[in-house]
Design a protein around this ligand. Structure first.
Ligand code: SF4
Ligand code: SF4
Ligand code: FES
Length: 738
């Protein structure tokens, strides 16, 4: 459609509004109640325009664009009326501390030559500063409704609303309590959209030099954040959301919005350190790298690396390459071992891939969501938004968790099984599906193998037996199975977390879940799928890049063919034997198999269950190199500390490693660190970005299972693996596989 606005032609797609056309021409028309990423509210009447042949002055945000329309934003009637509206709006506000110019309203008022309002505000509301990161200052509020819409319709939290009437109308929480007393999660969605600064960060405003769009450094959701770099080089405390990011779609939680302050933390270490006689001293990069390189080189072959699942794929690739090519070992691992390795083990066996099979959009499209051992509201809050959206659309939400979590408030069914009885629960559900004929036999026939053997193992799992073992009423178990197998619309998503994997029988739990999903055929089409919720932001990528001892990059095995392929690429043949997993490396420190370690962006002295054991193990090392942002518990035990860079960083790096003194047989030593000039030394420095950002983005699982959107079926054959023949599951441990 072609329109003329202020004498200039502009083209917009069907469905666009006149305001869209105005904005396309970058005309400075006020639009105080319109969030650029949301539907118009039509509340402020500041976007009025004149349309040729049309009576009155319509609000352009609500006016559909039509071909041939002639619009004027500068028509005298429109300007005059807008000025009156802006004057009245400005009159709602009182000047005061922290109310610097009233944001978009102040700019619009000055463009309409409105120096001061004609009236005085009739109310006086106290400032609510009870939240940690932002204030609610109702003396700067124009009641546009953007914040309540953000809280209600975007985050689906409903912490704030418009309270009262007339001059007493105000934004607030139920009962006019403090924000801190409400269900507000401090996600900042309302703060980001407020046009006047009534909701504003506590941090004093500063000029912003540029914005850097990146990925949130926290959980596995992978939300887009736009970090604002102030002109003094520091990051503003509050980040913007990044609506183009397909994971978050413009939403954030408190971590992504306000959680990057650690970058400028006063206790962050930015100078390399070497420990001498039990005391740390600062060192130059050359000294520290020499100390690290010498310590590692003299223990070649007796080395272990702990990579970071918060670092980029390139960082993960480099550390595994250091281990394999330089240190002659496959002892490289990361935190997946401690969280979802049972999942990956089971999924690789059953599905051929350890990756989630669906996208977050599928959660929203699903007719039934079963969330097992995962507290999404606390750990993956942006996923929880998707779940709330699905519930709003009528999806059944089934929470399986011994602990009461926030999602239980929205759930149709809360299955509170006894801890450790998940296998019995899911086997009983699978049996219900088979007994009641709601299993997908076509799917089973065409896409699985081993069905009969698996079905036979379900024999003992009657509802009575499951009720006795799990403590869950038999009707509840049966209802959950029916809803999952036959959702009211679309498909079903099975989502699980570490509540089921961090058990001694975690792999059996994961197999029980997968078998249940396979028997129902709930995967491979929109609104369906299976998803382990990952803890760190790049667990998947770190494993893909090869920072695991059981496989080479891309999950290549240690066959002669694979080793030759990597030898051609690297110039060095990787060792043929699988390396030690993290927990085995700890044992290796104790028995002397491991004499040197390089730990990047990890803190086993905090994360391991038996800290005395790890402490004793790490103290045996001849050389422990830690690279991180802070002097944490593990770093305290190190011999060399290398400061890490942090996000935002470029998504790709050209990190190079050189370790001096490497034996030459069969290898290519790329120079000596002794010989390195300081410029070269700087290039050698690994940039293991302890919290950097690139994340393996997977809308779906294996390529063969994901074609175009629409009803899809996996092309992979998926064996149904008996999960267990005992109620508590088998004794498969999480450390047995990846
Ligand atoms: S607090 Fe801000 S976003 Fe909310 S109604 Fe007031 S001006 Fe609008
Ligand atoms: S910070 Fe988030 S949860 Fe709190 S009021 Fe604003 S939008 Fe609602
Ligand atoms: S932006 Fe159009 S009415 Fe507020």
């Amino acid at each position: 459609m072609k329109l003329t606005i202020d004498g200039r032609g502009v083209e917009v797609p069907p469905g666009a509004t006149v305001l869209d056309a105005v904005n396309r021409l970058e005309i400075g028309l006020p639009q105080l109640c319109k969030d650029p990423d949301r539907a118009p509210l039509g509340a402020c009447r500041t976007c009025l325009v004149h349309v040729e042949g049309q009576r009155g002055l319509p609000a352009s945000c609500h006016l559909p664009a039509r071909d041939g329309m002639v619009v004027q934003t500068t028509h005298p009637d429109a300007v005059r009326t807008r000025r009156v509206v802006l004057d009245l709006t400005r009159s709602m506000l009182s000047p005061g501390d922290g109310r610097d110019g009233f944001g978009e309203l102040g700019e619009a008022a000055s463009r309409h030559v409105l120096a001061a309002p004609s009236h005085a505000a009739k109310h006086r509301f106290p400032v609510d500063a009870s939240k940690s990161f932002f204030v609610l200052d109702r003396e700067a509020c124009i009641l546009c409704g953007r914040c309540t819409t953000a809280c209600d319709d975007v985050q689906l939290i409903g912490a704030i609303s418009m309270n009262g009437r007339g001059h007493e109308m105000r934004v607030g929480v139920a009962g006019d309590g403090l924000m801190s007393s409400s269900v507000c999660t401090s996600c900042g969605q309302c703060v980001a959209t407020c046009p006047t600064g009534a909701l504003r960060p506590k941090e004093a405003p500063a000029p912003i030099a540029r914005t850097v769009e990146t990925t949130c450094p926290y959980c596995g959701v992978g939300c887009g954040i736009a970090l604002k770099v102030r002109d003094d080089g520091r990051l503003a405390v509050m980040a913007d959301d990044a609506p183009r990011n397909g994971s978050s779609l413009g939403t954030l939680c408190v971590k992504g919005r306000f959680g990057t302050g650690f970058i400028h933390a006063s206790d962050r270490i930015t100078t390399p350190m070497i420990k001498r006689d039990g005391a740390w001293r600062e060192a130059s990069w050359d000294e520290a790298l020499d100390a690290a390189a010498n310590g590692l080189a003299r223990n070649r072959g007796h080395f272990g690396a702990f990579a970071s699942a918060k670092a980029t794929n390139e960082d993960g690739y480099m550390i595994q390459k250091l281990a394999r090519v330089v240190m002659d070992t496959n002892n490289v691992d990361h935190c997946t071992r401690l969280c979802h390795s049972p999942t990956v083990e089971a999924m690789l066996t059953s599905m051929g891939s350890g990756a989630t099979s669906n996208s977050y959009q599928d959660y929203e499209d699903a007719g039934c969501l079963m969330v097992v051992g995962a507290d999404a509201s606390a750990n993956h809050p942006v996923i929880a938004i998707r779940l709330r959206k699905a519930v709003k659309r009528g999806a059944h939400l089934i929470v399986v968790n011994p602990k009461r979590i926030e999602l239980c408030d929205q759930a149709d069914l809360w299955i509170q099984e006894r801890p450790g009885t998940d296998v019995a629960l899911f086997n009983a559900m699978a049996r219900v599906m088979l007994d009641e004929g709601v299993a997908d036999l076509d799917f089973i026939r065409s896409r699985t193998e081993g069905f009969d053997a698996w079905a036979a193992t379900l024999e003992p799992y009657t509802l009575d037996y499951a009720e006795h073992v799990t403590g869950v009423p038999r009707d509840t178990i049966a209802q959950a199975a029916r809803w999952y197998a036959k959702p009211p619309f679309s498909g079903s998503c099975l989502i699980w977390g570490m509540g089921v994997t961090q058990h001694t029988n975690g792999t059996a739990n994961a197999h029980a879940l997968l078998n249940f999903a396979l028997a129902s055929g709930q995967m491979g089409f929109e609104g369906s799928g299976i998803s382990p919720l990952r803890g760190q932001n790049n667990v998947q990528g770190c494993g893909d890049a090869g920072a695991i001892p059981t496989n080479l990059p891309g999950y290549a095995d240690y066959s002669a063919t694979s080793l030759s392929r990597f030898e051609r690429a690297w110039g060095v043949r990787p060792p043929a034997r699988p390396g030690l997993v993290v927990t085995e490396m700890t044992e290796g420190c104790l028995d002397g198999t491991i004499r040197a370690m390089y730990v990047v962006g990890e803190n086993p002295m905090l994360a391991e269950p038996d800290l005395h054991h790890v402490d004793k193990a790490l103290r045996q090392l001849d050389c422990l190199v830690v690279q991180d942002l802070f002097m944490h518990e593990t770093a305290e035990l190190a011999h060399v500390f290398l400061p890490a860079s942090t996000s935002p960083v470029p998504r790709r790096s050209s990190t190079r490693w050189r370790v001096s003194g490497r034996p030459s047989a069969g290898s290519r030593t790329r120079g000596s660190s002794r010989a390195a000039s300081s410029g070269r030394a700087r290039r050698r420095i690994t940039r293991a970005r302890g919290i950097s950002t690139a994340r393996t983005s997977r809308r779906g699982g294996p390529a063969s299972c994901r074609s175009a959107r629409g009803r899809r079926r996996p092309s992979c054959l998926t064996p149904l693996i008996p999960s267990s023949s005992t109620p508590g599951g088998s004794s498969t441990t999480g450390t047995a596989g990846r």
